[in-house]
Design a binder for this molecule. Structure first.
Ligand code: CDP
Ligand code: MG
Length: 770
């Protein structure tokens, strides 16, 4: 055993605090963490004695590759305004560099350090870890800030925040004066907000010679950053990656989920000790895989070791997220087959979070990626093949602590021939309406000459300007209007912000606030596998005949009326955590409304107009997301003419499970006519002949015009969260958009023409009556 190992072992045996620090200073003669003018053993940030845990973690931290270059880094930072730092995932960039920066000229004592993260989960998880490393309470000296959740205080010196939040802060504080050093982390991810921050900070740096910028990346594309930041020095943290053996499948896999599960089981049965990391694309898929894996491995009984299967995705509650850092279970008996941790994760585990102990990686080659088609104005998340750079990063996760193996569930030919080298920057795949509104608010008018690292397509920028103009946020010259100013203050999409800002005019701002809050949190309906029917029935009880937005409003109202009670949520298959989050979002939106003196109001519930007003207010924001029911029975998106289907989750297209009918009609198809919804319990007999609801029934009524919240691209084009609206409202509320002189010829146009003619006739009639 090496002497170093012996030392470490003896260190961990000690619990007495003073002797731990005494040993530390002996072992680490060259230890450069100098607590200035603070007695040793006292935390310089809060004046409390360090805990034992602090010293334990300190040992681990000092073993991270970035610690070798701490002094060098601080010197480079001192000599330059911008520094680019590249290092393998897990080398300690995110957790250590901001702490080093705090020591730089005692920054932490006077002003703040910001470290951006593209993902909310990473911002929360990493800040917690760093608070623990610094032996302070999260939210005090170290905090985080993500949309709708600020966990920081006046004491905070180091703040982890999403890149989107830093952009928001810049709107109120254009020179970001509260910060002395800004660290843009995970720059290789090239998220939309990070790309905008690049351009913005370049300008800010020119105006603030005292500000320092550190750009951190896990990949070598950093040379591109170097060019962009006019030759800023590039520091490389030498990687300490162990070799990773790559395996490809012989033939393409038809079902990657099934193949991934099969591979995990095989590894668990045949391979030596080491944890497994599986990359999948989203919450549902991951939960499904976790369930199947647990079941299959349990079925194998004692011949295999115990496993801990842990999911990881962005909407997972923080406590569950922490589970990925727990150790693998011990073997059932000494010398028995090894226990394993199996982490099933989205792209989060690719570079944002490092999980130690992973030896096997399973890479099916897909991730959920944003796509945008400016021609038909559709932005959606699509399961798409990853890039070679991503595949490389994923494989790297297997070689952190020892040599590992990566199983790619695609062929080598496909890797070489089909995968792009790099993932396209998000700015080239996004609807930019929100970004353009932010930039306008930041005072950047000339978007064409803004210094984007990769300039977006002119068509995308044009589309964004057009949308903002239709919404009234920009005038015809492209200048921010008063309405646009207010809209930009809401951390929401422009459509939602517009609907909120105009809601007092429709006398329903209270309700629109609740709907906006519900739309801003994950799906609140639970549907456990073992109780799907009961869950569907529970959901149906909240169903509103006019659509899903009002169903969400029903849920919110019921939740409040029942005292925000968790057992009420449980009984009704509603996710309590989501409801609490929605309530929190609502309160924050109320605060922004109050800043602008916007009225909180409701139409009397007994009034006929109660729901009509809400629906009209929604339309005032979403008039560009309308679909029309054609005679063929399909919906077409208005103006863009895309065939879309109501998403199966909608309450609008609800067919009852059991019906009685009055008449059986045989024509080209078997129809049943005059039908009524009944409860299944009363039915004794049924036959197996396929019948269809007769077109005359009111049970299967699809509304002619709907607005939708989301466009979902899967095997079919779906619209999700849909609401019935009236054609007349389109021409009343958004005549500038429903101007038929620039409308493609279609059924919707003919209907609108008729509506306009009716309007004219009504006007003429009322004149003659007068
Ligand atoms: O940013 P980079 O990928 O270079 O590394 P890091 O995120 O700073 O992680 C450094 C070390 O801290 C890794 O060994 C992580 O496993 C560990 N870590 C942890 O134990 N718990 C966290 N919540 C975050 C990081
Ligand atoms: Mg990192």
């Amino acid at each position: 055993m090496s002497t170093e190992r012996k030392r470490k072992v003896s260190l961990f045996d000690v619990v007495d605090e003073t002797s731990v620090s005494a040993k530390l200073s002996k072992v680490n003669g060259s230890f450069s963490f100098k607590p200035p003018a603070v007695p040793s053993g006292i935390n310089r940030w809060n004046g409390r004695p360090y805990s034992t845990r602090y010293y334990e973690i300190l040992e681990k931290r000092k073993a991270l590759p970035v610690w070798q270059q701490k002094d060098e880094f601080l010197q480079v930072l001192k000599a330059n305004q911008t520094v680019i730092l590249v290092g393998e995932t897990g080398s300690g960039k995110t957790t250590q560099i901001p702490q080093f920066v705090l020591e730089y000229e005692d920054v932490g004592k006077r002003s703040m350090v910001a470290c951006t993260q593209p993902r909310r989960v990473a911002a929360m998880s990493v800040s917690r870890r760093v608070a623990e490393e610094m032996d302070v309470t999260i939210g005090e000296e170290v905090g985080y800030s993500i949309r709708f959740e600020d966990c920081s205080s006046h004491k905070t010196m180091l703040k982890y925040l999403t890149d989107g939040m830093l952009l928001r802060e810049a709107m109120a504080d254009p020179l970001l004066e509260r910060y002395k050093v800004i660290v843009l982390d995970e720059a290789h991810e090239r998220t939309l907000a990070t790309d905008v921050l690049f351009g913005l900070l370049k300008e800010v740096l020119k105006n603030r010679s005292d500000l320092k910028l550190v750009v951190m990346s896990a990949t070598l594309e950093a040379e591109k950053f170097q060019g962009y930041f006019s030759g800023a020095p590039l520091m490389k943290v030498p990687g300490r990656l162990h070799p990773v053996e790559i395996f490809y499948t012989q033939d393409p896999e038809r079902d990657y989920l099934e193949a991934a599960i099969r591979t995990v089981v095989q590894i668990h049965m045949c391979e030596p000790q080491g944890d497994i990391l599986v990359f999948l694309t989203g919450e549902e898929e991951i939960e499904d895989a976790c369930r199947k894996l647990t079941k299959e491995i349990n079925n194998l009984g004692d011949q295999v070791g115990p496993v801990k299967v842990v999911p990881l995705y962005s909407t997972l509650p923080p406590l569950m997220q922490q589970k990925i850092f727990e150790p693998a279970p011990a073997p059932l008996e000494e010398g028995g087959p090894p226990g394993r941790k199996i982490v099933v994760s989205t792209n989060i585990a690719e570079t944002s979070l490092t999980i130690d102990g992973i030896v096997y990686v399973i890479d099916p080659g897909f991730s959920k990626q944003k796509v945008y088609n400016p021609r038909i104005r559709v932005e959606s998340l699509l399961i798409s093949p990853i890039s070679k750079a991503s595949a490389h990063q994923r494989a790297g996760r297997a070689g952190r602590t020892q040599p590992g193996k990566c199983f790619r569930l695609y062929t080598e030919k496909s890797f070489n021939g089909d995968l792009h080298e790099q993932t396209y920057p998000e700015i080239l795949r996004s609807n930019l309406a929100n970004t353009v509104l932010t930039l306008k608010k930041l005072g950047i008018d000339d978007l064409v000459h803004f210094d984007f690292m990769d300039p977006p397509a002119p068509e995308t920028l044009m589309r964004a300007l057009e949308v903002l103009n239709y919404l009234g946020a920009l005038d015809d010259d492209g200048n921010l209007t008063k309405l646009g100013e207010i809209m930009s203050e809401f951390p929401l999409d422009p459509q939602m912000a517009k609907m909120l800002v105009v809601s007092p005019e429709f006398n329903c701002s209270n309700e629109i606030l609740s709907i906006s809050a519900m739309l801003s949190v994950p799906n609140c309906f639970l549907r456990p596998r073992e109780a799907q029917k009961a869950a569907d029935e529970a959901k149906a009880r909240f169903g509103h005949i006019d659509g899903d937005h009002l169903t969400l409003l029903n849920v919110y109202h019921a939740y409040k009326q029942n005292g925000e009670d968790s057992s009420w949520c449980y009984e009704n298959f509603i996710n309590h955590r989501t409801m609490k989050a929605a309530d929190n979002v609502r309160q924050q939106l109320v605060r922004i409304m109050a800043r602008f003196n916007m009225k909180l109001c409701s139409t009397d519930f007994s009034s006929r107009d109660y729901y009509i007003n809400i629906r009209k207010a929604m339309l005032a924001g979403y008039f560009m997301q309308v679909a029309h029911l054609e005679r063929t029975g399909h919906y077409l998106t208005v103006k863009d003419n895309q065939v879309v289907h109501l998403h199966p989750s909608t309450c609008l297209d609800h067919k009852p499970e059991w019906v009685i009918y009055n008449e059986y009609v045989l024509t080209s198809r078997n129809f049943i006519r005059t039908v009524m919804d009944i409860k299944g319990e009363c039915v004794r007999h049924f036959s197996c002949i396929v019948v269809h609801l007769h077109p005359s029934t009111c049970l299967d009524h699809k509304p002619e015009w709907v607005i939708y919240n989301e466009y979902v691209l899967t095997s079919r084009n779906f619209i999700r969260t849909v609401m019935d609206i009236k054609g007349e409202w389109l021409i009343d509320i958004a005549p500038h958009y429903y101007d038929l002189s620039n409308f493609p010829s279609c059924e919707a146009k003919r209907m609108l023409e008729r509506l306009y003619n009716n309007r004219e006739r009504e006007k003429a009639d009322s004149k003659t009556r007068k």
